[in-house]
Design a protein around this ligand. Structure first.
Ligand code: NAD
Ligand code: WQD
Length: 338
């Protein structure tokens, strides 16, 4: 079975390529290298013993996308990661985000619909729930108006899939709403590669501990939570990757209940910022330099997943705990700076 993975050299994409290859899939990757590097291919090869096919291609180029699909009509399924993901940057550059995340999806679907097999997994995000009224968050929770153009692109992406599925019963789609992917491959051969100053908590922690950043700023400790810091559902990236394999198997085996399905991909367990820091300190046996600062604009208080649907319908559940994910993130950081 041949699977196209867009954005397959990125953080979640590369881990998914590993799991797909381990499952026996033939993978072809498209990536424009805007937030990744060719070195990732070497990491994937070192882990799996197999080098996936790779084409450097920008999905915003309609003609190149068309040409690609004309040359690869035997694709059985698509896993679509390619997108820009920095929330703050999306506020500064909304048109860039709408073009990169929305236009690319449209071009991809236009060409996919010309194939015999029209199956696609879409990277969505817990960001679509905003500040949810109830924890844990089920897939039925209302979608809230997005707080950023990035968040909008994930909501619009899901709408595009849903509307297209309504008029094309040959199209099979799954949107996976990831909570907070962290960690790296346990071999430390692939992992997260933040460009510039990390915006996310775990890479900021590991870069501080390794000496690249002076101090972690904890954004607010006066939230209505037990220790005053925000709660998130941190999930090991390998668990996230495996959810794609399971979802892909499901659509390839025509097991879907409807041709547009949505699943939460989280652990179901919420951890506060201070608990993440504590876990890091316990795993690494070292103190982290941090200070409490003002809240960050746009942060929700709490977000963790109800994973019942993923468990019962996909048969998928997370396997790694927070300490294991942090340990793998730390080993990756140390490996990077060797
Ligand atoms: P990433 O930036 O590491 O990977 C995205 C990859 O897509 C990169 O390799 C980049 O070079 C490539 N890319 C971007 N625009 C492209 C284009 N126009 N044409 C071809 N390639 C392009 O990001 P990630 O963390 O692996 O995220 C993957 C997906 O998951 C994204 O859609 C993201 O929005 C979504 N997501 C991520 C998180 C997270 O916390 N990392 C959470 C929820 C959802
Ligand atoms: C986690 C917690 C921060 C950095 C983002 C996107 C979301 C999704 C996942 C793509 C929060 C706190 C962080 C720091 C801190 N991505 N923090 N100091 O904001 O939950 O989600 O990534 O879809 O859309 O918004 O993740 O890692 O940025 O923050 O105190 O230096 O850590 O305030 O409570 P977030 P995060």
């Amino acid at each position: 079975m041949k699977v196209l993975v867009t954005g397959g050299l990125g953080y979640i994409g590369s881990h998914t390529v590993v799991e797909l290859q381990n499952e026996g899939y033939d993978v072809i990757i498209i990536d424009n290298l805007s937030n990744s590097s060719l070195n990732v291919l070497k990491g994937i090869t070192a882990i799996t013993g197999k080098t996936p096919q790779f084409e450097e291609l920008d999905l915003r180029d309609k003609h190149k996308v068309k040409n690609f699909f004309q040359r690869h009509q035997d694709i059985d399924g698509v896993v679509h990661f390619a997108a820009s993901k920095a929330v703050g940057e999306s506020v500064e550059k909304p048109l860039f985000y709408y073009e990169n995340n929305v236009t690319s999806l449209i071009y991809l679907l236009q060409e996919l619909q010309k194939l015999d097999k029209q199956k696609i997994i879409f990277s969505s995000s817990c960001t679509v729930y905003g500040e949810a009224m109830q924890m844990p968050i089920t897939e039925q929770a209302p979608i809230q108006p997005a707080k950023s153009p990035y968040g909008n692109t994930k909501q619009i992406g899901e709408e595009i899939l849903k509307d297209t599925c309504k008029v094309n019963s040959n199209l099979n789609t799954v949107a996976l709403r990831y909570f907070n992917p962290i960690g790296a491959h346990p071999t430390a051969k692939i992992g997260e590669l933040p460009l510039g100053v990390p915006q996310n908590l775990v890479p900021y922690i590991t870069q501080t501990a390794i000496g690249l950043r002076e101090q972690l700023s904890v954004f607010g400790n006066n939230y209505p939570t037990e220790d005053g810091t925000c709660i998130r559902d941190y999930i090991h990236v390998v668990d996230v990757a495996n959810a794609h394999v399971v979802a892909l198997n499901r659509i390839l085996e025509n097991k879907q209940n409807s041709n547009f399905e949505v699943f939460n991909i989280g652990t179901g367990k919420g951890s506060s910022v201070l608990e993440v820091i504590e876990a890091f300190e316990n795993v690494t046996n070292q103190k982290l330099n941090y200070k409490i600062v003002n809240r960050r604009a746009g942060d929700v208080i709490s977000a963790y997943a109800d994973t019942t649907k993923a468990k019962s319908i996909l048969g998928w559940t997370s396997k790694y705990n927070l300490s294991e994910a942090i340990s793998d993130a730390w080993n990756w950081e140390k490996n990077l700076r060797k």
